[in-house]
Design a protein around this ligand. Structure first.
Ligand code: GLU
Length: 486
């Protein structure tokens, strides 16, 4: 790549929650900027006011922040090239469109939707490439006057000359588009609002973007953007470099979508995936560090990321691998960080309300589950036994503690536990093993399952003796007594 100071941009059109593909793009842009000591610019492409909402814009901003992909220029932080919302830059696009009209690079097109549809229909029948037929390219003054008298409104179309556009994609190599397949395109709607191709190209130039790293779905828009650069008078050596990232496919090898996988990053966040796990996993979708390691920190990513190591072939999304990485990242958290990420899940699930006493107890319990969970949303079910005021036993577990042998186990445990003075998991375990396992000869699984259900209400819990210690002696005795009455 060139020696210019790198400036990359992430430029989503927030018409919904950001999805896996968007974030993979944002991550690669961010990593490339950090790797090169360049600038990461964040721009909101919100010219399609029918589909972009303020909520989605805010959600996009929040998602990038949550992921730790801090931008150097863009919404909230500002910068020398703002505003960074395209809806606030409409005058700029209008001025350029006017200039293109004056230069003859663009023209007014008065064709009605019905006429355009008729052209498409003919093209379908003749089996030729669809696209505008150039009808309004050379209108006379009289024709224009007649259209206007007719009350027709005009869009602005860019003139695509005959020939081809060739550029070097940093991932795919040389790419050539024959303009037979790139017809004159609309860049300003009849209501004066700009279309994507105009706004994106103008902004990339005016904001000094040096590298456009984005999804492969936008590859085919590149010749149109280059046409806009030409009309702006930009020299080819000053065009941004392009690098189109490979598609992300679902398990079924079709492009990842709502239909074949979960695409919204908000969903992953709700499920309890850590931002660092998401970034780690997405980094491996289409890029590799050059060896087979799969656990990568954000710091390592910025050290190792180069566009040369991005693959051109599609990447496949693998939920199991993401889960495994998330589990690894959870286990690597400090207790403070683990608490920071888990507390909101416990509060949302109404397991705790967030008092200091509750938080202190959560912190004691967290080490018991850190090795066991792969997603933070598993924490509430595992820890709720510590906080319930009205204790109850899971429906499917009740039958396991109401038969005679279970009752015997619980009766004996109650008697033994009443005599334990120093309530620690070691002494609880020692007493129960001596009486239930050694003396009565019970299998540990049977003896301790009954106790687990009686004290935590469930067959699944953190380690039993530690759980009993945290629960406290009186609560354990009360719960076993209540279980005996079931
Ligand atoms: N705003 C475009 C989109 O979300 C992407 C613009 C670009 O990266 O060129 O699809």
């Amino acid at each position: 790549m060139t020696a210019k100071k790198v400036k990359v941009r992430f430029a989503p059109s927030p018409t919904g929650d950001l999805h896996v593909g968007n974030i993979r793009t944002a991550l690669f842009d961010w990593a490339y900027a950090r790797h090169t000591g360049g600038t990461f610019l964040f721009r909101i492409e919100d010219t399609d006011t029918t589909r972009v909402t303020d909520e989605y814009i805010q959600a996009a901003i929040d998602t990038l922040k949550w992921l730790g992909l801090q931008w150097d220029e863009g919404p909230e932080v500002g910068g020398p090239n703002g505003p960074y919302l395209q809806s606030q830059r409409l005058d700029i696009y209008a001025e350029w469109a006017k200039k293109f009209l004056e230069q003859g690079d663009a023209y007014h097109c008065y064709c009605s939707p019905e006429e355009l549809e008729a052209v498409r229909e003919e093209q379908r029948k003749a089996n030729v490439a669809p696209g505008y037929n150039g009808h309004c390219r050379e209108l006379t003054a009289d024709q224009i006057a007649a259209y206007k008298a007719d009350g027709r409104e005009a869009v602005v179309r860019m003139r695509m000359p005959d020939g081809t556009t060739t550029f070097v994609d940093e991932i795919r190599g040389e790419v050539t588009f024959d303009h037979k397949f790139v017809p004159d395109f609309v860049m300003v709607r009849a209501d004066g609002s700009p279309l994507y191709t105009l706004a994106v190209a103008v902004d990339d130039v005016m904001m000094g973007v040096t590298h456009v790293l984005r999804g492969e779905d936008l590859l085919s828009s590149t010749p149109r953007q280059i046409r806009v650069y030409q009309a702006m008078g930009i020299k080819p050596e000053d065009y941004p470099a392009f690098a189109h990232l490979p598609f992300v496919m679902g398990q079924d090898n079709a492009k990842l979508s709502k239909r074949n996988g979960e695409v919204s990053i908000a969903w992953y966040r709700e499920q309890g995936y850590l931002p660092e796990a998401i970034c780690n996993y997405l980094a491996l979708l289409g890029w590799s560090p050059g060896d087979d390691r799969e656990n990568i920190s954000m710091k390592e990513l910025t050290e190792l990321f180069t566009v040369e190591k991005v693959h051109s072939s599609p990447a496949r999304f693998d939920m199991k691998k993401l889960e495994a990485i998330n589990g690894d990242k959870i286990r690597a958290l400090s207790l403070e960080d683990f608490a920071h990420w888990t507390l909101p899940f416990l509060i949302k699930a109404k397991v705790i309300s967030g008092t200091d006493a509750e938080i202190a107890l959560v912190k004691k319990a967290l080490p018991l589950i850190q090795e066991r969970i792969v997603k933070l949303d598993e924490a509430p079910a595992l820890l709720k036994f510590l906080f319930v005021t009205e204790f109850s036993v899971d429906e499917d577990a009740v039958s396991k503690i109401t038969d005679g042998s279970a009752k015997d186990i619980l009766k004996r445990s109650l008697k033994e536990l009443e005599g334990v003075d120093s309530w620690s998991h070691d002494s609880i375990e020692a007493v129960l093993r001596a009486s239930l396992i050694e003396e009565l000869g019970l299998k540990p699984r049977i003896a301790f399952t009954a106790l687990r259900i009686a004290t935590t209400g469930s067959t699944i819990s953190p380690p039993l003796f530690e759980s009993m210690e945290l629960l406290g002696k009186q609560a354990c005795l009360d719960r076993i007594t209540a279980a005996l009455a079931l």
